[in-house]
Design a protein around this ligand. Sequence first.
Ligand code: NAD
Ligand code: UD1
Length: 334
Amino acid sequence: MNVLVTGGTGYIGSHTCVALLQAGHTVVILDNLFNSKREAVGRIEALGGKPVRFVQGDMRDSALLGEIFAAQTIDAVIHFAGLKAVGESCAEPLEYYGTNIGGTVTLLEAMRAGGCKTIVFSSSATVYGGQNPSPFREDMPIGQATCPYGSTKIYIEQILRDLSAAEPDWHISLLRYFNPAGAHASGLLGEDPNDIPNNLMPLISEAALGKRSELVIFGSDYDTPDGTCIRDYIHVLDLADGHIKALARAAATQGCETFNLGTGKGLSVLELVHAFEAATGVKIPCRIGPRRPGDIARCYADTTKAEQTLHFVCTRSAEDMCADQWRWLTAGKE
Ligand code: NAD
Ligand code: UD1
């Protein structure tokens, strides 16, 4: 298939582009480089063994989208582009609604005009909110968003379900990611954001590199075995493989389907820190701090539907994730 990947130079998008090329697809990337770098294109091509078409531009630019769809046949879209910082979304809600929701609607209109009706969308486990118990199943009710970022995922999912109900010839896959982490095993591709990291793995990495003096653990009094929060960390390469399977399923299936992409296994903050230390031999200085508002004790996936329908299972361990992250951060940089 010829696949348009919005946000394709970003963290998850770039790993997925490599997996697409390796699976025999051709790739057109649309990214405005707001949170990624041009260098990712060369790295994708080197690892994927084939060239990609890169268009630097904004998904809210409907004329540009029209040109992309007019210039070639696009068989499917994988839609990663968007803003994703939880705290920033509370301070700048209009930016988040405009980019994530406005951008998605503009993209969908361009797809329809261009005759492409297959889309895989990056949603998040955040849509389950704090009310549902883990493991989260796709048929649970959507929760209450705790920030505008989370709201954009809930609204975009609803827009896509509404579209599917009104126009049943669309092929739509909503992928709810749990906690993506790690990097390409080659050490050539990884998370390289322009903004300040907020997620645990990049913050552990900064503490390991001495870029920050310590990792502050947000609470050790949760109702979990070691008192720290439990999350479902999924290797970014497993996540990329999940997209290849979801794309094949979407292309073959009319309607709108939802899948969790996680390992199904929860890991506490302390367990991830220990896995990182074991994989790298580097000690992470840690301090217990207060809870972070909005955090829930447990968040992990029920993977049954992805296993049964997509035949998707994660093959990489937490140690692989940490070793690959460390290789990306240190390879060629000593
Ligand atoms: P990322 O920031 O690395 O990638 C997003 C890409 O979109 C960036 O390259 C950015 O430059 C681009 N972009 C932003 N606004 C754009 C616009 N208006 N037009 C064109 N390009 C634009 O983020 P990521 O971690 O790779 O996440 C990809 C998707 O997955 C996002 O939708 C995110 O919300 C979702 N997601 C991520 C996580 C996570 O922990 N990383 C978890 C759940 C869901
Ligand atoms: C966060 C977002 C969520 C988003 C997800 C993936 C919040 C409240 N939620 O969730 O909307 O979908 O990222 O992008 O921001 N931790 C520490 N110290 C740190 C950083 C994190 O102890 O310095 C802990 C957190 O309390 C949490 C775990 O590490 O228990 C993972 O944190 P994070 O990577 O931010 O992911 P989520 O909490 O799952």
